[in-house]
Design a protein around this ligand. Structure first.
Ligand code: EPS
Length: 395
């Protein structure tokens, strides 16, 4: 099975990751991973840090002559900003006094981390809780994603809401998404289109509203969150299982997306809308043509009983507004007990477009593990041979 571990602090020397369990013979390059790293760094509303970093991965092990060897793959992304943080983030004890951070930002991990680990300096929390970690996670997951692409499974995403600006015409959006996923690269075609927009939005009018809301937040020293959707296509029937709680793929996918910093909600298909309807209006009826099972709708989001039903997987996710707010929020100085305003160093105003790209990445290991569990394969050729028996349905 595939396992991923990451290490590294936001302003430390580097971020590192290990990917274990990738079958042998997968063609992979730093170029492929860097393509997704660059996509993660795009979007209006990011802070000054994104102008410092230009994330590039180095593959340190597990790959020979451009192909995986079945052994652990080690990756590294160096932090360019490290140059400015060598003292503050020194591994060794230093003589010089470094200012301690004692005022937690509401919504961030600051307060809980301070008490949980018994620190006297919130810097220790900020550095690892930071969403900077997602750079190496995207790198690691991109290797897994490449493996999925080998068997025709593609992942894509787009943003449907930022602040109060949201796509209301669902029927029009569904038509657009359906026409995109029928193309060669399935769900990734959604991303190819969305990547052309600064907010990764498929609707030109709503895109303008979204950009205006982000600009307003930037001007007012505030932040905004939003909602994005992830689609996964080319998934056969039967990944995951209902036989045990921890094999249900819907739960595992939700966990993966929830593990992204600032994500507070995940929905499979149109769960919240479905909750307000009668059953007869919700469930995707089953039809057959020329011996092939098909559905006219996909409100279940490609999962029934925690098992893939052969339709595209649809995951919707809510990101809260970033918790570092320029104008400050009420907080307490934990060193003195005084009521003060939360401090501001530097941050993003909106990271919803980036989060959607990160979500594409983090679902890959969940799908890949369910795929390997069902079809097996120590090499890519073996996996492909086994995958030939996969059963699909159509939407
Ligand atoms: C982040 C704060 C900002 C973001 C960062 C996540 O960084 P800094 O504190 O250096 O200004 O830019 O995101 C990234 C660095 C990244 O690569 O996505 C936070 O507190 O989570």
């Amino acid at each position: 099975m595939i396992r991923i571990l990451t290490a590294g602090e936001s302003h430390g020397q580097a971020l590192i990751g290990i990917v274990e369990g990738i079958p042998a013979g997968l063609e992979i390059s730093a170029e492929y991973i860097n393509f997704h790293l660059k996509r993660r760094q795009q979007g209006i509303g990011r802070g000054a840090r994104m102008r410092i970093e230009e994330d590039k991965v180095e593959i340190l092990s597990g790959v020979r002559f451009g192909k995986t060897m079945g052994s652990p793959i080690a990756l590294i992304i160096k932090n360019k900003d490290w140059e400015n943080w060598k003292k503050k983030m020194s591994v060794e004890e230093i003589e010089e006094k470094v200012e301690k951070i004692t005022v937690p930002r509401p919504g961030h991990a600051d307060l809980v981390g301070y008490f949980k680990y018994g620190f006297d300096d919130i810097r220790n929390v900020i550095e690892r809780a930071s969403a900077r970690e997602t750079a190496i996670r995207v790198a690691c997951c991109s290797v897994v994603r490449k493996m999925l692409e080998e068997v025709g499974i593609f992942i894509g995403s787009h943003v449907v809401q930022i602040g109060q600006a949201k796509i209301e015409d669902r029927a029009k959006l569904d038509r657009k998404v359906q026409s995109l996923i029928r193309k060669e690269k399935g769900a990734f075609e959604i991303s190819i289109e969305a990547d052309k927009s600064e907010v990764r939005c498929l609707d030109k009018e709503v895109e303008v509203e979204m950009i205006n809301i982000i600009k307003k937040a930037m001007k007012e020293g505030d932040t905004v969150g939003g909602v994005f959707e992830v689609f996964i296509t080319g998934v056969p029937i039967g990944l995951g299982s209902y036989v045990q709680w921890d094999k249900r793929l819907d739960g595992l996918l939700a966990q993966a997306i929830m593990s992204i910093q600032a994500i507070k909600g995940v929905e499979i298909g149109f769960a919240f809308e479905n909750a307000g309807k009668f059953g007869s209006e919700v469930h995707d009826e089953i039809f057959i043509k020329d011996g092939r099972i098909y559905r006219k709708t996909n409100r279940a989001g490609g999962l029934e009983g925690g098992v893939t039903n052969g339709q595209p997987i649809i995951l919707r996710s809510a990101m809260k507004p970033i918790s570092t707010v320029v104008k400050g929020l009420s907080s307490v100085d934990l060193a003195t007990g005084e009521s003060v305003k939360s401090r501001y160093e530097r941050s993003d105003f909106c990271a919803v477009p980036s989060a959607s790209v990160i979500a594409e990445a983090v679902v890959a290991p969940v799908i890949a593990n369910a795929l390997l569990e069902k079809f097996g394969g120590d090499s890519i050729d073996e996996l492909k041979r086994n995958f030939k028996n996969a059963i699909f349905s159509v939407w």
